[in-house]
Design a protein around this ligand. Structure first.
Ligand code: NZQ
Ligand code: ZN
Length: 380
């Protein structure tokens, strides 16, 4: 096991009706909030009204900025920064999914930076200060509710940042808020949280038995409960299991003591940047292809994955485990090839070049530009 420091300071408030606590929690950190949200789902579901009522009751004033889109855009981040400065906002409340939370994080650090916040993404400047952020999460997927990361799109670039200062101070997780998710969003979220576990599970670090078992158990729980919510979207207990799994998958605990990979996420981000596809859809296509590409590097790990996640043993179990992953994605309605996403080979070369601009990707196996093109071909 590797040495590690683990600190996730996000207070998780989980369960039915917990969104009504948002005013009280916000009041502990700020007096004037930026209420940040997406393209309207929170208004349709009634969550917006509940949040406003709770803020008012707690005496928190607020200004609003809606309109965050999936693959959140830098332009809105700029708007948010200006608004926060003009209105002396001291807290950002993100109500929505990973896109809203990521946009909130970029605004939170941009407020204190004199240059363009995009510098943090392109130049790797260290982020030491950010406005505090709270979230009411409406879709289990990205794990941004407890992660130190934000991913923002600009032109055909989609880039991440990470800093402890960006971890939300609190996140409110009510499984009932997930009842309204369309099947394709539920499925894309599931692919994303499974991918967050795969990125940690496929490691060269030895003696990581505890985190291996935590990864496998979390994956099994996601698979089992996804099958339930696909039939019954308002099954509270199954939604609760998936919601908590999404946070566990990406809050960092499953990666403790292990060298993580992240090549597949970098490759997917190019697909999202060039084609504006849903992150989870891209991962459902790329992850099985990456697995096939690297399988020979450590067949035993793939055998363990097949046995302890999918219950597959015997001849060619490792390869069958990869196939089971792909079949599961197909079963829940996700795309499983680039063809399903209407993506041809035209931009393989350019996307591979952008993905590897700073050198080879990943650590389980070093992925070069040529490897990325090969993975795209396997995924075609
Ligand atoms: O915009 P609204 O109207 O709210 O609709 C959203 C959006 O269209 C809808 N939705 C959310 N909750 C709903 C709902 N519809 C009905 N009922 C609800 N309860 O779902 C759509 C997708 O929302 P989005 O926020 O884009 O989804 P997700 O949470 O999957 O976030 C994806 C983004 O997170 C990034 C991805 O790259 C992508 O840009 N990631 C962020 C990470 C992080 N910060 O740690 C890590 C991840 O690997 C990922 O890269
Ligand atoms: Zn992801």
């Amino acid at each position: 096991m590797e040495n590690f420091t683990y600190q996730c300071g996000t207070k998780i408030i989980f369960g039915k009706g917990t969104e009504n606590q948002v005013g009280i929690e916000t009041a502990k950190h700020g007096q004037k909030a930026l209420l940040h949200y997406g393209s309207g789902s929170i208004k349709k579901t009634g969550l917006y009204d509940k949040v406003i009522a709770s803020l008012k009751e707690a005496g928190v004033s607020y200004v609003e900025l809606g309109g965050v889109v999936p693959n959140p855009r830098l332009e809105l981040v700029h708007k948010g920064i200006e608004l926060c400065r003009r209105e002396n906002v001291d807290f950002i409340l993100a109500v929505g999914g990973g896109s809203v939370i990521d946009s909130a994080k970029a605004i939170a650090c941009g407020v204190f930076y004199e240059g363009d916040v995009w510098d943090f993404f392109t130049k790797g400047y260290e982020i030491t200060k950010a406005l505090p952020i709270g979230t009411v999460l409406t879709i289990p997927a990205a794990g941004s509710e407890a992660s130190p990361n934000s991913v923002i799109s600009h032109g055909t670039r989609k880039l991440p940042i990470g800093a402890q200062a960006l971890r939300p101070v609190f996140s409110i997780l009510d499984p009932e808020l997930n009842f309204t998710l369309p099947k394709n969003q539920t499925a894309a979220g599931v692919a994303d949280m499974m991918a967050h576990i795969f990125e940690r599970y496929f490691t060269n670090t030895r003696s990581v038995d505890l985190t291996d078992k935590l990864c496998e158990a979390t994956l099994r729980s996601i698979i089992k409960n996804t099958r339930i919510v696909m039939q019954k979207p308002d099954d509270y207990d199954a939604r609760a299991e998936i919601l908590w799994a999404s946070t566990i998958a990406h809050c960092g605990i499953l990666g403790t003591g292990r060298v993580e990979d992240w090549a597949t996420h970098r490759i997917e981000h190019e697909l999202s940047a060039f084609y504006d596809i849903t992150h989870g859809d891209g991962l459902a296509v790329i992850f099985p292809a990456w697995m096939k590409h690297v399988h020979q590097h450590d067949p035993k790990r793939f055998e363990q994955f097949a046995r302890d996640v999918w219950g597959i043993t015997g001849e060619d179990a490792g390869i069958k485990g990869i196939e089971a992953t792909r079949s599961f994605f197909r079963e829940i309605g996700l795309p499983t090839s680039l063809k399903d996403l209407n993506i041809g080979p035209e931009k393989f070369e350019e996307m591979a070049r952008m993905a590897t601009l700073n050198g080879p990707l990943g650590s389980f196996v070093k992925i070069t530009k040529e490897d990325v093109i090969r993975i795209f071909s396997i995924a075609s």
